[in-house]
Design a protein around this ligand. Structure first.
Ligand code: DGL
Length: 264
């Protein structure tokens, strides 16, 4: 694999752009490919089998594009598909992501941690294992957030409807005494400005994007695969409506990019 080959990053939709941003910030020489599987959103309400099938297909697409590494910028796809992808692509640097339980357990002072994530992530065996491993000394209050991803996908980051829904999801965490809240879905970091208005300033919000970028950097360095030249323009594909992604991309992504149809 050549050092200047691109890195493939994917999510069920635009949420993974919050991770792509961290990757580009840490690794500015890397060329990036991004697939938003918007035609099949939300993954959070789909079966693990369906998500595995989509993840596999997208991984195959990145292989065809010559990607040197693969990032699953989606918690829900990671819990459903990362084990199988690692098995099927053993020679490929692959980074998945999961809710940041360990850092949250270390950060909490009240001893109560909240997790906002999709139903799929919270119901998974992988998430249960994560709690067993890192959260034995704290109380964890989980909150699935159906509907939130769909609103963010429309480009809505602060409408009254979004505020109302978010309030419904955050309220039980505050009532339970959480002082630390894990944003366990890559869509949610886009709501940080709104959450900052809604939550007491003492609440700590934790997401995993920066840690994913650091893990990617480690894996690339280990394989002597870090790019050294100038990156290509970032390329985006969507399995949903092309014009819609073109319209909302400037709101969620700082740089220009090429947007194409993902027809698989
Ligand atoms: N962004 C995804 C995650 O991190 C899931 C969104 C969805 O439900 O499609 O979990």
């Amino acid at each position: 694999m050549v050092k200047d080959a691109p890195i493939g990053v994917f999510d069920s939709g635009v949420g993974g752009l919050s991770v792509l941003d961290e990757i580009q910030r840490l690794l500015p020489h890397e060329s990036l490919l991004y697939v938003a599987d918007c035609g099949h959103i939300p993954y959070g309400e789909k079966t693990p089998e369906f998500i595995r099938e989509r993840s596999h297909l997208i991984a195959g697409f990145f292989r065809e594009q010559g990607a040197k590494a693969f990032v699953i910028a989606c918690n829900t796809a990671t819990v459903a598909a990362v084990a199988e992808l690692r098995r099927d692509f053993p020679d490929w640097p692959l980074v998945g992501m999961e809710p940041a339980v360990k850092p949250a357990a270390a950060a909490t002072r009240s001893g109560v941690v909240g997790v906002l994530a999709t139903t799929g992530t919270l119901q998974s065996a992988k998430f249960a294992a994560l709690l067993d491993r890192f959260a034995s000394d704290v109380r964890v209050v989980t909150q699935p957030c159906p509907g939130l991803v769909e609103l963010i996908e429309t480009g809505d980051l602060d409408s009254p409807a979004l505020r109302q829904l978010l309030q419904v999801y955050v309220e039980p965490l505050l009532e339970a005494g959480c002082d630390t809240i894990i944003l366990g879905c890559t869509h949610y970091p886009f709501l940080k400005p709104l959450l900052a208005q809604m939550l007491p300033p003492s609440i700590i919000l934790i997401d995993t994007g920066a840690a994913v970028a650091r893990q990617l950097q480690r894996l690339l360095a280990e394989g002597d695969l870090l790019a050294e030249g100038n990156p290509q323009a970032t390329q985006f594909w969507t399995s949903g409506d092309l014009q819609h992604l073109r319209n909302i991309l400037p709101k969620l992504w700082k740089n220009a990019g090429i947007v194409q149809k993902f027809a698989l």
